[in-house]
Design a protein around this ligand. Structure first.
Ligand code: ARG
Length: 254
């Protein structure tokens, strides 16, 4: 009786959490579930009509199309994405994750879909270099490589973390932060989009990173399919077109 109850509980939990699906299972369903965040413009965000959009959304849709599958997008907070991925909530995640050793222990990364770096953003006249951050209050999104980088800079007074990256920008503008560390393309886009050219300045790149999609640990069939689709899109001009649309340049790693 005890054993039966335990078995039922495990089954119910499995159903509630969902299961990591192989490529075959996904193909049979006709639909691929893609996890992202939705608060990281211009990579993944909700536009003024509350539509999920961005470079990674276009790329994810193009990948689904290459695989002959219908994309179903699921937006969740950034710091839960890799956990939910391993629980089978999505088939893959595309949310600007830098490839790190730590993350690679938990999930499997595809080949990178772009290369970038973390940059220091401040009000005009504010800190520009890692050295300038001594004694300063720095804002970063929680769970990101910017958080890790900021915590390693010697002499920083405080690293303040935010659930969403744009909330750090808000606090920088309100004077509650001396600096914000974020992606260089995110910073550029925020300044352009909010017309902050006269208010904010970009400082130095604190680090560079390769950004990739991720699948649940050991989900080899999906990993291989994503790598193949990405490489096809990079060869047939689709990637270049999507990159031009969002950045005016090709952001693939070289
Ligand atoms: N590239 C950074 C990292 O790997 C930030 C990613 C943030 N992504 C997002 N959708 N907010 O941690």
């Amino acid at each position: 009786m005890r054993k039966l109850l335990v078995a039922l509980a495990v089954l119910a939990l499995g159903l509630a959490l969902g299961q990591v699906r192989t490529l075959d299972q996904i193909k049979r369903s006709g639909e691929i579930r893609i996890g992202t965040e939705g608060a990281f413009p211009p990579f993944n965000y909700f536009d003024e009509k509350n539509q999920l959009t961005g470079f990674e959304i276009d790329l994810g849709n193009a990948i689904a199309e290459k695989l002959g599958l219908k994309p179903r997008w699921i937006a969740q907070s950034f710091d839960t994405l890799l956990i939910q991925l391993n629980q089978g909530r999505f088939d893959f995640v595309i949310a600007s994750h830098g490839i790190t050793e730590e993350r690679a222990k938990a999930v499997d990364f595809t080949n990178p879909h772009y290369c970038t770096g973390g940059i220091i953003v401040a009000k005009k006249g504010g800190p520009k270099t890692a050295k300038d951050l001594q004694g300063k209050v720095v804002g970063v999104q929680v769970g990101t490589t910017y958080m890790e980088a900021a915590q390693k800079i010697p002499g920083v007074k405080e690293v303040r973390t935010y659930q969403k990256d744009p909330d750090a920008l808000q606090d920088l503008l309100a004077g509650r932060l001396d600096a914000w560390i974020t992606d260089r393309f995110v910073a550029k886009e925020a300044i352009k989009e909010r017309k902050l050219e006269g208010t904010l300045q970009l400082g130095e790149l604190v680090f560079q990173e390769k950004v990739a999609m991720a699948v649940a640990k050991g989900n080899r069939t999906v990993l291989e399919a994503l790598n193949k689709a990405l490489s096809d899109l990079m060869k047939d001009g689709t990637y270049a077109k999507i990159s031009q649309k969002w950045f005016g340049e090709d952001v693939r790693c070289r």
